[in-house]
Design a protein around this ligand. Structure first.
Ligand SMILES: Cc1cc2nc3c(=O)[nH]c(=O)nc-3n(C[C@H](O)[C@H](O)[C@H](O)COP(=O)(O)OP(=O)(O)OC[C@H]3O[C@@H](n4cnc5c(N)ncnc54)[C@H](O)[C@@H]3O)c2cc1C
Length: 323
C-alpha cells in the first residue's frame, strides 16, 4: 500500500478552502489507488479544529520555530524532510498563491514533476492529470514518470462539502530548520484593504460586467447585493475603468471563485472570465443579448435589460424579506 500526502495550508487556525477542496481530491485518489492518506500541516502543534472531523488515516503536524510564519525556503526544507520520512506516491495541494511560490522550488529541489493547477484526473491503466490550457479552451491530459508526483488542484476542482468524515490519528514531527539559509525574507503579512472581500470564500457573488454602462449604476447592483447577502465581484473591464478595485476581478487574471450562487449581470462570459467562475454551483445570468456566451454555462438565464431587471429584483427580494 502506498501513501498520499495532502498539504493543508492554514492561517489563524483556519484551513484554506482551496486546501480542503484538494483534500477531497486526495481522499478520492487514495481510495481509488488503495493508498493511505496523511494530511500535513506545517507550523502547528495542535490541529486546526475543522480537520479533526475529516477522513484521513492520520494528520501529521510538523513543527519548528521557523515555520511560525510562511517562508518558501523553510516550507521547502520542512516538506523535503517530511517526504524523505514518509516516501509517498503523491503530494497533493490546493493551487493557492503560496503553493505557486513554494511547490515549484520543492519540485526543482527534488527533481520530480509538479503538475500544477489541475482540474481533475483520469484513472485508466495510469493516472493522468487534467489541466486547462489556452485560457481554458482545451483540456490537456498529463502523464508523469513513475515516482513521486506533486499535484496542485485548481480552486473548485473538487467540493469541500463532499469531504468524507472521519477522525484522523494525530502524529507530530519536529524538523530542525536552524541550518537552512534564508535568502528570501518574508515581509509583513499583507493586510487586505479595509472592506476587501475574500471572494474565494463567498457563498453568493454578484459579478458585474461592462454591461452596467456607467459607474453610477453600481449603486443598484450594491442594493441587489445587499438584498441577496452577496459579495460584489466583476469582470476585468469594470476594474480597468476604475469602477471597482482589482481584488474584485474574477477570471484568469483575477480570482477563481466557486460560490453556491453566481449572478452575472451584464457580463458577456468571455473565456478569461469563465475560467474563474464556471465551477460555481448555480450560475444565473442577466444579459440583453440572447447569444452571449455566458448563457452557455448558465443554469438560469434572464434575457433583459439589466437597468430594468436589477432594481425590480432588489425590490422583490426586499419585499419578501419584509414579509
Ligand atoms: C490575457 C487576458 C486576461 C484576461 N483576464 C480577464 C479576467 O481575469 N477577467 C475578466 O473578466 N476578463 C478578462 N479578460 C478580458 C476578457 O477577454 C473580456 O474582454 C472581458 O471578460 C469582458 O468583460 P465583460 O463581459 O464585462 O464585457 P463585454 O464583453 O463588453 O460584455 C458586456 C455584456 O453586457 C451585455 N449588456 C450590455 N448592456 C446591457 C444591458 N443594459 N442589460 C443587460 N446586458 C447588457 C452585453 O450584451 C455583453 O454581453 C482578459 C483578457 C486577456 C486578453
Amino acid at each position: 500500500m502506498g501513501k498520499v500526502l495532502a498539504f493543508l495550508q492554514h492561517l489563524d487556525g483556519k484551513v484554506s478552502r482551496n486546501s480542503l477542496e484538494a483534500l477531497k481530491g486526495a481522499q478520492e485518489l487514495a481510495a481509488a489507488e488503495g493508498h493511505s492518506l496523511t494530511g500535513v500541516v506545517l507550523g502547528v502543534d495542535t490541529a486546526p479544529t475543522e480537520l479533526s472531523a475529516i477522513h484521513m488515516d492520520e494528520l501529521l503536524l510538523v513543527s519548528s520555530p521557523e515555520l511560525a510564519n510562511y517562508s518558501s525556503e523553510y516550507y521547502v526544507a520542512a516538506m523535503q524532510a517530511v517526504l524523505a520520512a514518509e516516501t509517498p506516491e503523491l503530494l497533493i495541494a490546493g493551487h493557492t498563491y503560496q503553493a505557486r511560490d513554494w511547490l515549484p522550488r520543492l519540485a526543482y529541489r527534488l527533481g520530480r514533476p509538479l503538475v500544477s493547477d489541475c482540474v481533475g484526473y483520469h484513472q485508466d491503466s495510469d493516472l493522468r492529470w487534467v489541466r486547462q490550457i489556452f485560457q481554458g479552451k482545451i483540456s490537456a491530459d498529463v502523464e508523469t514518470t513513475p515516482g513521486l508526483v506533486i499535484i496542485s488542484f485548481q480552486s473548485g476542482a473538487f467540493r469541500s462539502d463532499d469531504l468524507a468524515e472521519g477522525k484522523p490519528a494525530i502524529r507530530t514531527m519536529d524538523v530542525d530548520l536552524s541550518g537552512v539559509p534564508l535568502r528570501v525574507r518574508p515581509g509583513e503579512r499583507f493586510q487586505e484593504a479595509k472592506g476587501a472581500v475574500d471572494l474565494s470564500r463567498a457563498e453568493r457573488i454578484i459579478a458585474v460586467g461592462r454591461g452596467i454602462g456607467e459607474e453610477e449604476n453600481l449603486t443598484m447592483i450594491r442594493e441587489l447585493a445587499g438584498a441577496l447577502g452577496a459579495e460584489l465581484g466583476s469582470s476585468r473591464p469594470v476594474v480597468d475603468y476604475g469602477w471597482l478595485p482589482q481584488d474584485h476581478q474574477i477570471g484568469s487574471s483575477g480570482q477563481t471563485v466557486t460560490p453556491k450562487l453566481y449572478l452575472a449581470v451584464g457580463v458577456s462570459g468571455a473565456i478569461q472570465h469563465q475560467v474563474g467562475m464556471k465551477n460555481s454551483d448555480c450560475i444565473v445570468a442577466i444579459n440583453k443579448d440572447p447569444n452571449a456566451p455566458i448563457f452557455e454555462i448558465a443554469d438560469y438565464g434572464i434575457v433583459a435589460n439589466l437597468l430594468d431587471i436589477v432594481p425590480r429584483l432588489a425590490a422583490t427580494l426586499k419585499e419578501r424579506q419584509g414579509d
